[in-house]
Ligand binder design. Structure first.
Ligand SMILES: Cc1cc2nc3c(=O)[nH]c(=O)nc-3n(C[C@H](O)[C@H](O)[C@H](O)COP(=O)(O)OP(=O)(O)OC[C@H]3O[C@@H](n4cnc5c(N)ncnc54)[C@H](O)[C@@H]3O)c2cc1C
Length: 390
Protein backbone atom coordinates (compact mmCIF):
# COMPACT_ATOMS: atom_id res chain seq x y z
CA UNK A 1 0.00 0.00 0.00
CA UNK A 2 1.56 3.28 -1.09
CA UNK A 3 2.01 6.03 1.48
CA UNK A 4 -0.45 8.73 0.60
CA UNK A 5 0.68 11.81 2.26
CA UNK A 6 4.20 13.16 2.63
CA UNK A 7 5.27 16.19 4.67
CA UNK A 8 8.51 17.92 3.70
CA UNK A 9 10.25 20.17 6.19
CA UNK A 10 12.23 22.88 4.38
CA UNK A 11 11.75 24.72 1.10
CA UNK A 12 15.40 24.74 0.03
CA UNK A 13 16.35 23.19 -3.28
CA UNK A 14 16.08 19.67 -1.79
CA UNK A 15 12.54 20.18 -0.51
CA UNK A 16 11.24 21.95 -3.60
CA UNK A 17 12.64 19.44 -6.07
CA UNK A 18 11.47 16.52 -3.93
CA UNK A 19 7.92 17.92 -4.01
CA UNK A 20 7.98 18.03 -7.82
CA UNK A 21 9.38 14.51 -8.01
CA UNK A 22 6.66 13.18 -5.67
CA UNK A 23 4.00 14.97 -7.69
CA UNK A 24 5.32 13.23 -10.81
CA UNK A 25 4.74 9.92 -9.02
CA UNK A 26 1.19 11.03 -8.07
CA UNK A 27 2.14 11.20 -4.41
CA UNK A 28 0.62 14.19 -2.58
CA UNK A 29 2.86 16.27 -0.36
CA UNK A 30 2.99 19.51 1.61
CA UNK A 31 6.10 21.59 2.27
CA UNK A 32 6.51 23.43 5.59
CA UNK A 33 9.08 26.22 5.74
CA UNK A 34 10.10 28.09 8.88
CA UNK A 35 10.70 31.40 7.13
CA UNK A 36 7.91 33.62 5.90
CA UNK A 37 9.26 33.43 2.34
CA UNK A 38 11.71 31.15 0.53
CA UNK A 39 15.14 31.48 2.08
CA UNK A 40 17.59 33.03 -0.34
CA UNK A 41 21.05 32.25 0.96
CA UNK A 42 22.30 33.94 -2.18
CA UNK A 43 24.98 33.13 -4.67
CA UNK A 44 24.96 30.86 -7.65
CA UNK A 45 25.07 27.08 -7.84
CA UNK A 46 26.75 24.97 -10.49
CA UNK A 47 24.64 22.12 -11.79
CA UNK A 48 26.21 19.10 -13.47
CA UNK A 49 24.61 16.60 -15.91
CA UNK A 50 23.51 14.17 -13.17
CA UNK A 51 21.30 16.86 -11.63
CA UNK A 52 20.30 18.43 -14.95
CA UNK A 53 18.99 15.07 -16.16
CA UNK A 54 16.72 15.03 -13.10
CA UNK A 55 15.62 18.63 -13.59
CA UNK A 56 14.91 17.74 -17.22
CA UNK A 57 12.77 14.78 -16.20
CA UNK A 58 10.86 17.09 -13.85
CA UNK A 59 10.29 19.70 -16.57
CA UNK A 60 12.51 22.29 -14.87
CA UNK A 61 15.57 22.26 -17.12
CA UNK A 62 13.97 23.82 -20.21
CA UNK A 63 12.62 26.64 -18.04
CA UNK A 64 15.97 27.52 -16.48
CA UNK A 65 18.59 26.61 -19.09
CA UNK A 66 18.68 30.06 -20.69
CA UNK A 67 18.55 31.84 -17.33
CA UNK A 68 22.07 30.85 -16.33
CA UNK A 69 25.54 30.42 -17.78
CA UNK A 70 26.12 27.23 -19.77
CA UNK A 71 29.66 25.87 -19.87
CA UNK A 72 31.55 22.58 -20.03
CA UNK A 73 34.87 22.87 -18.26
CA UNK A 74 36.39 24.63 -15.31
CA UNK A 75 40.01 25.63 -15.78
CA UNK A 76 42.65 25.94 -13.09
CA UNK A 77 45.47 28.41 -13.74
CA UNK A 78 48.32 29.81 -11.76
CA UNK A 79 49.03 33.52 -11.30
CA UNK A 80 51.01 33.72 -14.54
CA UNK A 81 48.15 32.27 -16.59
CA UNK A 82 49.63 28.78 -17.02
CA UNK A 83 46.91 26.15 -17.38
CA UNK A 84 47.32 23.59 -14.61
CA UNK A 85 44.24 21.42 -14.96
CA UNK A 86 40.89 21.20 -16.71
CA UNK A 87 37.95 19.77 -14.77
CA UNK A 88 34.83 18.68 -16.66
CA UNK A 89 31.65 20.02 -15.10
CA UNK A 90 29.44 18.97 -18.00
CA UNK A 91 29.58 18.15 -21.70
CA UNK A 92 26.78 18.10 -24.24
CA UNK A 93 28.38 15.39 -26.38
CA UNK A 94 29.80 13.26 -23.64
CA UNK A 95 27.22 13.61 -20.86
CA UNK A 96 24.11 14.95 -22.57
CA UNK A 97 24.19 18.35 -20.85
CA UNK A 98 26.46 21.34 -20.54
CA UNK A 99 26.89 22.46 -16.94
CA UNK A 100 24.69 25.32 -15.78
CA UNK A 101 25.70 28.01 -13.35
CA UNK A 102 22.60 29.74 -12.10
CA UNK A 103 21.63 32.11 -9.30
CA UNK A 104 20.02 30.11 -6.52
CA UNK A 105 17.15 32.56 -6.30
CA UNK A 106 16.34 32.14 -10.02
CA UNK A 107 16.17 28.38 -9.62
CA UNK A 108 14.09 28.63 -6.44
CA UNK A 109 11.65 31.06 -8.07
CA UNK A 110 11.16 28.73 -11.03
CA UNK A 111 10.58 25.72 -8.77
CA UNK A 112 8.08 27.73 -6.72
CA UNK A 113 6.25 28.75 -9.89
CA UNK A 114 6.02 25.10 -10.91
CA UNK A 115 4.73 24.08 -7.49
CA UNK A 116 2.04 26.72 -7.81
CA UNK A 117 1.03 25.54 -11.27
CA UNK A 118 0.69 22.00 -9.93
CA UNK A 119 -1.15 23.08 -6.78
CA UNK A 120 1.49 21.62 -4.49
CA UNK A 121 1.00 23.17 -1.07
CA UNK A 122 3.78 25.10 0.62
CA UNK A 123 3.16 26.63 4.02
CA UNK A 124 5.53 29.41 5.12
CA UNK A 125 6.13 30.50 8.71
CA UNK A 126 5.87 26.91 10.03
CA UNK A 127 8.89 25.93 12.04
CA UNK A 128 9.18 22.23 12.80
CA UNK A 129 10.28 21.62 16.39
CA UNK A 130 10.03 17.90 17.22
CA UNK A 131 8.52 14.54 16.43
CA UNK A 132 6.03 13.65 19.14
CA UNK A 133 4.87 10.19 18.01
CA UNK A 134 5.78 7.64 15.39
CA UNK A 135 3.81 4.48 14.74
CA UNK A 136 4.03 1.78 12.07
CA UNK A 137 1.51 3.83 10.07
CA UNK A 138 2.30 7.49 10.55
CA UNK A 139 4.22 10.24 12.31
CA UNK A 140 3.08 13.29 14.31
CA UNK A 141 5.18 16.35 15.03
CA UNK A 142 4.95 19.84 16.52
CA UNK A 143 5.51 23.26 15.06
CA UNK A 144 6.83 26.19 17.03
CA UNK A 145 3.45 27.96 16.83
CA UNK A 146 1.94 25.23 19.02
CA UNK A 147 0.17 23.34 16.23
CA UNK A 148 0.76 19.67 15.36
CA UNK A 149 0.46 17.70 12.17
CA UNK A 150 0.40 14.04 11.12
CA UNK A 151 1.56 12.47 7.85
CA UNK A 152 2.45 9.04 6.49
CA UNK A 153 6.08 10.09 6.09
CA UNK A 154 7.95 13.15 7.34
CA UNK A 155 10.96 14.15 5.27
CA UNK A 156 13.59 16.42 6.77
CA UNK A 157 14.93 18.57 3.92
CA UNK A 158 15.87 21.21 6.46
CA UNK A 159 19.53 21.69 5.67
CA UNK A 160 22.83 21.10 7.37
CA UNK A 161 21.62 22.15 10.84
CA UNK A 162 18.53 19.94 10.43
CA UNK A 163 16.11 19.78 13.36
CA UNK A 164 14.37 16.70 11.94
CA UNK A 165 17.73 14.90 12.09
CA UNK A 166 17.72 15.35 15.87
CA UNK A 167 14.97 12.74 16.05
CA UNK A 168 17.42 10.20 14.59
CA UNK A 169 20.61 11.65 16.07
CA UNK A 170 19.83 13.76 19.16
CA UNK A 171 23.48 14.56 19.90
CA UNK A 172 24.85 15.17 16.44
CA UNK A 173 26.21 18.65 15.80
CA UNK A 174 27.81 19.28 12.38
CA UNK A 175 31.52 19.99 12.77
CA UNK A 176 32.85 23.28 11.45
CA UNK A 177 35.91 22.57 9.30
CA UNK A 178 37.55 25.92 10.11
CA UNK A 179 37.16 26.92 6.46
CA UNK A 180 34.66 29.01 4.61
CA UNK A 181 34.18 30.25 1.09
CA UNK A 182 33.77 34.00 0.85
CA UNK A 183 32.35 34.76 -2.55
CA UNK A 184 31.02 37.76 -4.47
CA UNK A 185 29.42 38.26 -7.86
CA UNK A 186 30.46 41.16 -10.07
CA UNK A 187 29.59 41.91 -13.72
CA UNK A 188 31.83 40.04 -16.19
CA UNK A 189 32.65 43.35 -17.94
CA UNK A 190 34.33 44.59 -14.75
CA UNK A 191 37.00 41.88 -15.08
CA UNK A 192 38.27 43.24 -18.44
CA UNK A 193 39.11 39.72 -19.57
CA UNK A 194 41.54 39.32 -22.44
CA UNK A 195 39.65 38.39 -25.68
CA UNK A 196 38.67 34.71 -25.78
CA UNK A 197 39.59 34.11 -22.14
CA UNK A 198 37.94 30.97 -20.82
CA UNK A 199 35.66 31.26 -17.81
CA UNK A 200 34.91 29.82 -15.34
CA UNK A 201 38.47 29.74 -14.11
CA UNK A 202 40.06 29.22 -10.72
CA UNK A 203 43.29 31.16 -10.32
CA UNK A 204 45.63 29.94 -7.62
CA UNK A 205 48.61 31.77 -6.22
CA UNK A 206 51.12 30.04 -3.92
CA UNK A 207 49.14 31.11 -0.84
CA UNK A 208 46.06 29.66 -2.54
CA UNK A 209 43.94 32.48 -1.12
CA UNK A 210 43.65 30.55 2.13
CA UNK A 211 43.54 32.33 5.43
CA UNK A 212 43.14 30.67 8.81
CA UNK A 213 40.39 32.17 10.91
CA UNK A 214 40.83 32.47 14.64
CA UNK A 215 38.93 30.50 17.23
CA UNK A 216 35.42 31.59 18.02
CA UNK A 217 34.27 31.01 14.47
CA UNK A 218 31.46 28.74 15.49
CA UNK A 219 28.02 29.05 13.90
CA UNK A 220 27.21 32.26 15.79
CA UNK A 221 30.67 33.63 15.03
CA UNK A 222 30.10 33.17 11.32
CA UNK A 223 26.71 34.80 11.49
CA UNK A 224 28.33 37.87 13.07
CA UNK A 225 31.12 37.85 10.51
CA UNK A 226 28.68 37.52 7.60
CA UNK A 227 26.85 40.62 8.75
CA UNK A 228 29.94 42.84 8.50
CA UNK A 229 30.00 43.45 4.76
CA UNK A 230 32.84 46.00 4.84
CA UNK A 231 35.08 43.45 6.56
CA UNK A 232 34.17 40.87 3.91
CA UNK A 233 35.04 43.27 1.08
CA UNK A 234 38.34 44.07 2.81
CA UNK A 235 39.03 40.34 3.12
CA UNK A 236 38.45 39.78 -0.59
CA UNK A 237 40.64 42.75 -1.55
CA UNK A 238 43.45 41.99 0.90
CA UNK A 239 45.84 39.85 -1.14
CA UNK A 240 44.67 40.90 -4.59
CA UNK A 241 48.02 42.41 -5.59
CA UNK A 242 49.48 38.90 -5.83
CA UNK A 243 46.92 37.98 -8.49
CA UNK A 244 46.63 38.91 -12.21
CA UNK A 245 44.91 42.14 -13.28
CA UNK A 246 41.52 40.52 -13.90
CA UNK A 247 41.32 39.47 -10.24
CA UNK A 248 42.30 42.94 -9.09
CA UNK A 249 39.58 44.34 -11.39
CA UNK A 250 37.10 41.85 -10.00
CA UNK A 251 37.61 42.95 -6.41
CA UNK A 252 37.92 46.68 -7.21
CA UNK A 253 34.21 47.14 -6.63
CA UNK A 254 32.13 44.57 -4.75
CA UNK A 255 28.46 45.31 -4.12
CA UNK A 256 27.50 44.34 -0.56
CA UNK A 257 24.37 42.60 -1.79
CA UNK A 258 26.42 40.19 -3.90
CA UNK A 259 28.65 38.87 -1.14
CA UNK A 260 28.18 35.39 0.29
CA UNK A 261 29.81 33.47 3.08
CA UNK A 262 29.70 29.69 3.02
CA UNK A 263 31.14 28.14 6.18
CA UNK A 264 32.00 24.50 5.53
CA UNK A 265 30.56 22.03 8.01
CA UNK A 266 30.73 18.27 7.86
CA UNK A 267 28.19 15.69 8.87
CA UNK A 268 29.82 12.29 9.45
CA UNK A 269 28.61 9.32 7.42
CA UNK A 270 25.30 8.44 9.09
CA UNK A 271 24.28 4.89 9.74
CA UNK A 272 20.69 5.55 8.82
CA UNK A 273 18.73 8.18 6.98
CA UNK A 274 15.40 6.84 8.23
CA UNK A 275 13.92 6.10 11.63
CA UNK A 276 13.37 2.50 12.69
CA UNK A 277 9.69 2.56 11.76
CA UNK A 278 10.63 4.31 8.50
CA UNK A 279 8.21 7.19 8.96
CA UNK A 280 10.91 9.86 9.37
CA UNK A 281 13.52 10.33 6.65
CA UNK A 282 16.30 12.87 6.14
CA UNK A 283 17.95 13.91 2.89
CA UNK A 284 19.97 16.69 1.25
CA UNK A 285 22.46 18.58 3.40
CA UNK A 286 20.79 17.23 6.54
CA UNK A 287 21.89 13.71 5.64
CA UNK A 288 25.27 14.43 4.08
CA UNK A 289 27.01 17.76 3.95
CA UNK A 290 29.42 17.50 1.06
CA UNK A 291 32.44 19.81 1.05
CA UNK A 292 32.40 22.12 -1.96
CA UNK A 293 35.46 21.04 -3.97
CA UNK A 294 33.60 19.03 -6.62
CA UNK A 295 30.54 21.33 -6.49
CA UNK A 296 28.25 18.38 -5.80
CA UNK A 297 26.35 19.52 -2.65
CA UNK A 298 23.14 20.50 -4.33
CA UNK A 299 23.58 18.09 -7.22
CA UNK A 300 23.57 15.17 -4.81
CA UNK A 301 20.56 16.59 -2.98
CA UNK A 302 18.58 16.53 -6.25
CA UNK A 303 19.60 12.89 -6.66
CA UNK A 304 18.42 12.04 -3.12
CA UNK A 305 14.92 13.38 -3.65
CA UNK A 306 14.41 12.12 -7.18
CA UNK A 307 15.45 8.59 -6.32
CA UNK A 308 13.40 8.65 -3.10
CA UNK A 309 10.30 9.65 -5.09
CA UNK A 310 10.94 6.95 -7.72
CA UNK A 311 11.08 4.34 -4.96
CA UNK A 312 7.97 5.64 -3.20
CA UNK A 313 6.25 5.38 -6.56
CA UNK A 314 6.88 1.62 -6.33
CA UNK A 315 5.66 1.32 -2.75
CA UNK A 316 2.69 -0.88 -3.72
CA UNK A 317 5.11 -3.50 -5.10
CA UNK A 318 7.89 -3.61 -2.51
CA UNK A 319 8.30 -3.25 1.24
CA UNK A 320 9.05 0.35 2.30
CA UNK A 321 11.75 -0.91 4.62
CA UNK A 322 13.60 -2.60 1.76
CA UNK A 323 13.10 0.36 -0.56
CA UNK A 324 14.57 2.79 1.97
CA UNK A 325 17.51 0.50 2.69
CA UNK A 326 18.23 0.23 -1.03
CA UNK A 327 17.89 4.02 -1.40
CA UNK A 328 20.27 4.79 1.41
CA UNK A 329 22.90 2.25 0.30
CA UNK A 330 22.71 3.45 -3.29
CA UNK A 331 22.93 7.09 -2.31
CA UNK A 332 25.74 6.62 0.19
CA UNK A 333 27.81 4.66 -2.29
CA UNK A 334 27.62 7.56 -4.76
CA UNK A 335 28.34 10.11 -2.07
CA UNK A 336 31.43 8.19 -0.95
CA UNK A 337 32.68 8.36 -4.54
CA UNK A 338 31.94 12.09 -4.66
CA UNK A 339 34.00 12.49 -1.48
CA UNK A 340 36.89 10.78 -3.28
CA UNK A 341 36.57 13.24 -6.19
CA UNK A 342 36.52 16.11 -3.67
CA UNK A 343 39.70 14.85 -2.09
CA UNK A 344 41.39 14.47 -5.46
CA UNK A 345 40.51 18.05 -6.35
CA UNK A 346 41.77 19.29 -2.97
CA UNK A 347 45.08 17.50 -3.51
CA UNK A 348 45.48 19.27 -6.84
CA UNK A 349 44.71 22.68 -5.33
CA UNK A 350 46.94 22.33 -2.30
CA UNK A 351 50.38 23.94 -2.41
CA UNK A 352 52.94 21.14 -3.02
CA UNK A 353 54.61 21.63 0.36
CA UNK A 354 51.25 21.07 2.08
CA UNK A 355 50.78 17.68 0.40
CA UNK A 356 52.20 15.62 3.20
CA UNK A 357 49.53 12.95 3.55
CA UNK A 358 51.17 10.60 1.04
CA UNK A 359 47.93 10.45 -0.96
CA UNK A 360 48.39 9.96 -4.68
CA UNK A 361 46.87 12.22 -7.32
CA UNK A 362 44.86 9.95 -9.58
CA UNK A 363 43.00 10.53 -12.81
CA UNK A 364 39.38 11.59 -12.22
CA UNK A 365 36.95 9.71 -14.42
CA UNK A 366 33.44 11.18 -14.20
CA UNK A 367 31.07 9.14 -16.37
CA UNK A 368 29.77 7.22 -13.29
CA UNK A 369 28.85 10.62 -11.79
CA UNK A 370 27.42 12.38 -14.81
CA UNK A 371 25.70 9.46 -16.58
CA UNK A 372 23.53 7.81 -13.93
CA UNK A 373 20.27 6.09 -14.79
CA UNK A 374 18.16 6.26 -11.66
CA UNK A 375 14.97 5.05 -13.30
CA UNK A 376 16.58 1.92 -14.72
CA UNK A 377 18.37 1.24 -11.45
CA UNK A 378 15.13 1.51 -9.44
CA UNK A 379 13.18 -0.57 -11.95
CA UNK A 380 15.77 -3.33 -12.06
CA UNK A 381 15.98 -3.40 -8.26
CA UNK A 382 12.17 -3.71 -8.03
CA UNK A 383 12.19 -6.44 -10.70
CA UNK A 384 14.85 -8.32 -8.77
CA UNK A 385 12.82 -8.09 -5.56
CA UNK A 386 9.65 -9.30 -7.29
CA UNK A 387 11.48 -12.23 -8.90
CA UNK A 388 12.78 -13.24 -5.51
CA UNK A 389 9.25 -12.96 -4.11
CA UNK A 390 10.10 -9.74 -2.24
C1 LIG B 1 26.93 30.47 -0.27
C2 LIG B 1 26.74 29.02 -0.68
C3 LIG B 1 27.10 28.61 -1.95
C4 LIG B 1 26.92 27.29 -2.35
N1 LIG B 1 27.27 26.92 -3.63
C5 LIG B 1 27.08 25.65 -4.05
C6 LIG B 1 27.39 25.24 -5.40
O1 LIG B 1 27.87 26.02 -6.21
N2 LIG B 1 27.14 23.95 -5.75
C7 LIG B 1 26.59 23.05 -4.89
O2 LIG B 1 26.36 21.91 -5.28
N3 LIG B 1 26.32 23.40 -3.61
C8 LIG B 1 26.53 24.67 -3.17
N4 LIG B 1 26.24 25.02 -1.89
C9 LIG B 1 25.68 24.00 -1.02
C10 LIG B 1 24.21 23.92 -1.31
O3 LIG B 1 23.67 25.22 -1.20
C11 LIG B 1 23.54 22.98 -0.37
O4 LIG B 1 24.05 21.69 -0.63
C12 LIG B 1 22.03 23.02 -0.59
O5 LIG B 1 21.50 24.31 -0.36
C13 LIG B 1 21.35 22.03 0.30
O6 LIG B 1 19.97 22.15 0.07
P1 LIG B 1 18.94 21.71 1.15
O7 LIG B 1 17.60 22.00 0.52
O8 LIG B 1 19.25 20.33 1.60
O9 LIG B 1 19.18 22.67 2.39
P2 LIG B 1 19.01 24.24 2.52
O10 LIG B 1 19.28 24.94 1.25
O11 LIG B 1 19.79 24.64 3.71
O12 LIG B 1 17.46 24.43 2.83
C14 LIG B 1 16.89 24.06 4.07
C15 LIG B 1 15.55 24.77 4.21
O13 LIG B 1 14.92 24.25 5.39
C16 LIG B 1 14.39 25.34 6.15
N5 LIG B 1 14.34 24.93 7.55
C17 LIG B 1 15.39 24.71 8.37
N6 LIG B 1 14.97 24.33 9.59
C18 LIG B 1 13.62 24.30 9.53
C19 LIG B 1 12.61 23.97 10.48
N7 LIG B 1 12.91 23.62 11.74
N8 LIG B 1 11.30 24.04 10.10
C20 LIG B 1 10.97 24.41 8.82
N9 LIG B 1 11.89 24.74 7.88
C21 LIG B 1 13.20 24.68 8.23
C22 LIG B 1 15.38 26.48 5.89
O14 LIG B 1 14.81 27.74 6.19
C23 LIG B 1 15.67 26.28 4.40
O15 LIG B 1 14.74 26.93 3.60
C24 LIG B 1 26.41 26.34 -1.45
C25 LIG B 1 26.05 26.74 -0.15
C26 LIG B 1 26.21 28.06 0.24
C27 LIG B 1 25.82 28.47 1.64
Amino acid sequence: MAPLNIAIIGSGLSGLSLALALHQQNIPCTIYESHLAPLNIGGAVMLSPNALKILDALGVYERVRAKGYNFETLEYKNGTGELLEVYEFGGKEKYGYEALRIYRTVLIDELLAMLKEKNIAIVFGKKFTKVVAETEKDVTWDFQDGSSQTADILVGADGIHSTVRRYLYPDLVPAFTGMAGITAAVPTAQLKLPPGYHIPVTIMTPSGGFKRMGDGFDRAGWERYMADKDALVAFLQEDASGFPAMVQNAVSHIPHAKINVWPFYVVPKLERWASEKRRVVILGDGAHAIPPSAGQGINQAFEDGYMFALLLGQADKVEMQDALSFWQEYRQERIAKVMWVNRQIDLRRMPKEAQTSGEVIEEIELSWLYLPNFKDDVESWVRGKLEKGN
